[in-house]
Design a binder for this molecule. Structure first.
Ligand code: CUO
Length: 674
């Protein structure tokens, strides 16, 4: 049985809830009947709402309704944790609906949406529900603010059938004078930012109940997903003739990159503050946010990380040593770094990653004298727009890599799969030469009307431009020399062949730039096997439709297997960004394929009914991470002696092929509106 959909799932204002009188805020009490009648006339459905004992919302309401909300700000985290607990704590869906309705008019809209989304993803009785796309709920976090006045105009003047899509310009945040602007299509991509928001929604780091936070290998996944983002960003930089991103490792140095978001917050009715070029972070003293912290605090935490990594252990709250070994080390570090409530010692190792976001996002107003809120780095829905995001995360990643470098390199038996040989791999794009990836621009239309409070209602589409690639197929030849059928895990990665100077890459650097394209299990008959796999099947990505999913259209029939797939969270790298942009003359890359022994990879668990098609960066909801190996295997450690190049790292179960990513500067239009 599909659970009943609560109010915020309803797209149009055609449903009216009959709330008990005591639900109305003081402002609406005297006019309650008028309000009900006004909307009630147009209602197609009236839903009675159960009366409940009024929840204590004092803490959630301490965040103003017009304030910005950031998960990185500790005070906001505590407030959100409280509201999540309230939503998690009620007994039934009816009660949840009542509490949500009661809270909706009282608490900050961002906070409300976040806490309720976390609760819906984690309550056993709502797990099957899909959430409305965040870009529809809060379009202001994803697009140029200019678009909204145009949308309002279109909506109030033009009948729904004749409305034209509003075109979001390609180059609205900067000009080519700023070379970082070449990366706009990555940093400002809606799909990438939605993925990031969803990832942090699925893996919250603060909540009163530990189970919500304490998910299988979540600290390691924090490391791996963000490591892959940096690797992908660097491939995009190579595509645009830029050098690898520089770490933000000297916290006292001004940040050369500026960023002017050109977005307005519809909730806070304020523009997102910019950061000017060459702004340095400063000691924070912001009473409103209850933050008083010095840059020196960050430096102290950082030093403790390096000390722990060098010593090979961390010290927990009772003074016990926990070894940073090859199985648990990276997971512990990830939980300390982000940091989450399952950090072994928040007192000692602090809150380095989160507070880095906070320091950077308040660089323009560290003591709140201008009464400004945080910049885009303060919100996981917007942080990836800013060039400094990648510098900060490159720095965070460097600390993780310091630990990874301390581990013993993989030995030949740990890499090889005896009796299994990969003898060929070919990439066939739908258009273009074999062994090339073909990229171009595409324009797509998405409906932004849900998040906009205008009359008359109806769809209004925004047309935006994003990178796209021609769908392709891998053909892999695998020889199983054994006499029986066996299982193998196919791991496919892509990395640059040359560095920013045009020199062939050393393996120890190249391994950090290998981006995962796919990973899947195959059954191997004795003898020759030919495996074909389509790019759309990638376990790194989710389809375009899911990134921008719409509840009302294209929704599979209730109770079907397709619906179960469709319903899972929108976490997953957007498929349209699977392949980096490349260059018109071709960006020369290396495609790596490996077949590892499934007996060493397998995790025994039942995956039926779960969405597990984008597990690489997102895991599987309510299940263990479906691959026992270290995330990033076999590239997560330094290579053994003698493998200075990828070619001499290979064992017979691996193969490398030179490929090229060819970009053509043309724009296609996606036929289907989302
Ligand atoms: Cu995803 Cu810094 O963690 O933003």
């Amino acid at each position: 049985d599909r659970p009943q959909e609560p109010i915020f799932m309803q797209k149009e204002g055609k449903v009216v809830f009959d709330v008990p009188d005591n639900f109305l805020t003081d402002r609406y009490k005297p006019i309650g009947n008028d309000v009900q009648n006004r909307f009630g006339d147009k209602a197609e459905k009236r839903i009675p709402v159960k009366n409940i004992s009024i929840p204590d919302l004092r803490i959630p309401m301490s965040l103003g309704r017009n304030e910005q909300f950031s998960l990185f700000v500790p005070r906001h985290r505590r407030i959100a944790g409280r509201l999540i607990d309230i939503f998690m704590g009620v007994r039934s869906i009816d009660d949840l609906q009542s509490v949500a309705l009661y809270a909706r008019d009282r608490v900050n809209a961002y906070l409300f949406n976040y806490a309720l989304s976390v609760a819906l993803l984690h309550r056993p009785d709502t797990k099957g529900l899909s959430l409305p796309s965040f870009v529809e709920t809060f379009p202001d976090k994803y697009v140029d603010s200019k678009v909204f006045s145009q949308i309002r105009e279109e909506a109030s003047i033009v009948q729904e059938q004749s409305r034209m899509p509003i075109v979001i310009p390609r180059d609205y945040t900067a000009s080519d004078l700023d070379e970082e602007h070449r990366l706009w299509y990555f940093r400002e991509d809606m799909g990438i930012n939605l993925h990031h928001w969803h990832w942090h929604l699925v893996y919250p780091f603060e909540a009163a109940s530990r189970e919500i936070v304490n998910k299988d290998r979540r600290g390691e996944l924090f490391y791996y997903m963000h490591q892959q983002v940096i690797a992908r960003y660097n491939l995009e930089r190579f595509s645009n003739n830029l050098a690898r991103v520089k770490r933000f490792n000297n916290l006292r140095e001004p940040i050369p990159e500026g960023y002017f978001p050109k977005m307005d917050s519809l909730v806070a009715s304020r523009a997102w503050p910019p950061r000017f070029a060459n702004t340095a972070i400063k000691d924070l003293d912001r009473e409103l946010d209850q933050i008083k912290l010095d840059v020196a605090d960050l430096e102290r935490w950082r030093d403790r990380f390096y000390e722990a990594v060098q010593q090979g252990f961390v010290v927990d709250e009772s003074g016990n040593r926990i070894a940073l070994d090859e199985t648990r080390g990276i997971d512990i570090l990830g939980n300390m770094m982000e940091s989450s409530i399952i950090s072994p010692n928040r007192q000692l190792y602090g809150d380095l990653h989160n507070m880095g976001h906070v320091f950077i996002s308040y660089a323009h107003d560290p003591d709140h004298r201008h009464l400004e809120s945080f910049g885009v780095m303060g919100d996981s829905a917007t942080a990836m727009r800013d060039p400094v995001f990648y510098k900060w995360h490159a720095y965070i990643d460097d600390i993780f890599q310091e630990h990874k470098e301390s581990l013993t390199p993989y030995t030949l038996p740990q890499l090889n799969y005896r009796g299994v040989t990969v003898s060929g791999i070919t990439v066939t794009p739908e258009t273009g030469r074999a062994d090339t990836f073909q990229t171009f621009w595409q324009q797509s239309d998405i409906d932004l009307s849900r998040g906009m409070d205008f009359v008359p209602r109806g769809n209004v589409f925004a047309r935006f431009t994003h990178l796209q690639h021609s769908p392709f197929t891998y053909t892999i030849n695998i020889n199983n020399e054994g006499g029986a059928a066996r299982f193998g895990t196919v791991r496919i990665f892509l990395g640059p062949k040359f560095d920013e100077r045009g020199t062939e890459m050393l393996f120890r650097d190249q391994r950090l730039l290998m981006i995962e394209l796919d990973k899947f299990v195959v059954s191997l008959r004795p003898g020759q096997n030919t495996v074909r796999r389509r790019s759309t099947e990638s376990t790194v990505t989710i389809p375009f439709e899911r990134t921008f999913r719409n509840l009302d259209q294209n929704r599979p029939a209730a109770g079907t297997a397709e619906e179960a797939q469709f319903n899972f969270c929108g976490c997953g790298w957007p498929n349209h960004m699977l392949i980096p942009k490349g260059r018109p003359e071709g960006l020369r890359c290396q495609l790596f394929v490996m077949v590892s022994n499934y007996e060493d990879d397998r995790v025994d668990q039942d995956l039926t009914g779960t969405c597990n098609d984008a597990a690489s960066y997102c895991g599987v909801k309510d299940r263990r991470y479906p691959d026992r190996r270290a995330m990033g295997y076999p590239f997560d450690r330094l290579p053994r002696q003698g493998s200075d190049r990828l070619s001499n790292f290979l064992t017979p179960n691996m193969l490398v092929k030179d490929v090229s990513i060819v970009f053509s500067d043309r724009t296609t239009i996606r036929g289907q509106k989302i």
